[in-house]
Design a protein around this ligand. Structure first.
Ligand SMILES: [Zn+2]
Ligand SMILES: [Zn+2]
Length: 316
């Protein structure tokens, strides 16, 4: 049996439209969790039940390794830390958002306020987005990342090691972990999602769709047999999956350039054309993906920008 024989998946609920999150337990020395789920009573209960099914309890957790700083993955860290004082490992670029989501996310919101306003997002929607960020903040608490990781670091177990693979794009500090023949991919590789990014550039400024695509290609070269994603069932054949995602990206890019003929559109208008009616969580993702595509197209000089009445219009 390979190292991956020690891996158990526990599916925990979230109060978000995306449904459940996967928490993985590596039952080796030291006993390690990959992600925790958000800080809600039901998540805590289901995690406890899942651990108990494999004869473990919160007191046994010696280490928590996080795939990224979104609260549906790291929110429970603070609560769990109180029980067994585990080591907390995460990529250095997401350390700030994991340790203090409220401060880091409002700083980012202020940073991108001007950009958001120039996209044509109605001020009412901006306000709802801000409230949604506050709600996300309620699903996590202040904690300390004890070990900040970098690409290529090794995480030691008694009998083997796990490799840290830096995969920015979904968030600035997203990381995947290769353990034996499997990769824990967080949200950097999901079976049901098209390529997307939400302010995830490695530079902490850009949307990061190009980083996201680079990270997917990087992951496909590791020769892993199985992917354990942050949401949904495990899947095989990373290379094929990455090809599908790449095609979806190219198809959307073609659709976008088709929409940008003539007078041009604001990013918000373009997002509505692409995705239609969306929930507030989807607006965040939809706008992130739209701006991600536009960022690449402008960089490649395939699309021009034009400012009219304080709004930025994009056209071919
Ligand atoms: Zn995420
Ligand atoms: Zn997620």
């Amino acid at each position: 049996m390979g190292a991956e024989g020690n891996v158990h998946r526990i599916v925990v609920p979230t109060p978000l439209p995306l449904g459940s999150t996967n928490v993985y337990v590596i039952d080796a020395k030291p006993i390690t969790l990959i992600d925790t789920g958000p800080d809600t009573d039901t998540t805590l209960m289901d995690l406890k039940a899942g651990l108990s099914d494999i004869d473990l309890g919160f007191k046994d957790i010696e280490r928590i390794v996080l795939t990224h700083g979104h609260v549906d993955h790291c929110g429970l860290v603070c609560e769990l830390s109180k029980v067994s004082d585990p080591e907390i490992l995460a990529h250095e670029q997401d350390k700030d958002i994991i340790e203090d989501f409220g401060a880091a996310s409002s700083e980012r919101f202020e940073q991108c306020k001007e950009l958001l306003e120039s996209t044509g997002v109605p001020s009412q929607t901006l306000q709802v987005l801000r409230e949604f960020m506050e709600f996300l903040g309620s699903l996590t608490h202040i904690c300390t990342v004890t070990n900040a990781l970098k690409d290529g670091d090794k995480i030691d177990f008694e009998n083997d090691q796990m490799d840290v693979i830096y995969t920015p794009g979904h968030s600035s500090g997203s990381a995947c972990y290769k353990y034996g023949d499997v990769i824990f991919s967080g949200d950097s590789l999901l079976i049901e999602n098209s390529p997307c990014s939400v302010y995830g550039g490695a530079d902490k400024k850009s949307m990061g769709l190009d980083d996201f695509l680079d990270s997917m290609r990087k992951l496909s070269k590791y020769g892993a047999k199985l992917v354990y994603p942050g949401h949904g069932d495990p899947f095989e054949d990373i290379e094929e999956h990455v090809k599908i995602m790449q095609k979806a990206y190219e198809a959307r890019r073609d659709t976008i350039t088709g929409y940008l003929e003539g007078e041009g559109l604001t990013a918000f208008e373009l997002m509505n054309r692409l995705f239609g009616n969306m929930s507030i969580e989807q607006v965040l993702m939809g706008l992130g993906e739209t701006l991600g595509h536009l960022e690449i197209l402008v960089e490649e000089k395939a699309v021009k920008t034009e400012e009219r009445d304080g709004l930025v219009y994009y056209r071919i």
